[in-house]
Design a protein around this ligand. Structure first.
Ligand SMILES: [Zn+2]
Ligand SMILES: [Zn+2]
Length: 137
């Protein structure tokens, strides 16, 4: 039985994975704010080879942070929902957009990243590890 299941807003893109999430984070980076149209995104890290997608994804590549490593951002070709990011800085891992999960009841973010660009009104849980940019991988 698949542990993780989800999909985009229109239902054209779906995914399943039997993997345990490697970690769950809240990302305050500017690109996540732009892509989500919101203040942040909630991401679940998984090994890239342990998730399968159906449906047509489109790719937009951003220049990423000052390290120059690119971030590959995949979204539904039909409705535009962001599904996951694959940063070149962490080859082999993807960051699923947790809002696309069918069941989000188990989600519990373990860290806050890119806090330096967090919107000022967002309350950050200071009991969690916080990083101004990427966490140390
Ligand atoms: Zn869609
Ligand atoms: Zn981000």
């Amino acid at each position: 039985m698949s542990k993780l299941k989800g999909g985009c807003m229109c239902g054209n893109v779906k995914y399943t994975s039997d993997s345990e999430p490697a970690m769950t984070a809240i990302c305050h980076c500017v690109d996540c704010q732009k892509q989500s149209g919101s203040a942040l995104s909630i991401v679940v890290a998984l090994p890239e080879d342990q998730i399968s997608f159906t449906g047509e994804l489109k790719l937009f590549v951003t220049s990423g942070d000052e390290s120059g490593k690119k971030i590959n951002r995949y979204f539904c070709a039909n409705c535009g929902s962001p599904l996951y990011s694959a940063p070149d800085v962490m080859p082999g891992s993807i960051f699923l957009k947790a809002g696309t999960l069918d069941d989000t009841s188990w989600l519990k973010p373990e860290m806050e990243i890119w806090c330096a660009s967090a919107q000022p009104w967002v309350s950050i849980d200071e009991s969690l590890p916080m990083f101004p940019g990427n966490p140390p991988f």
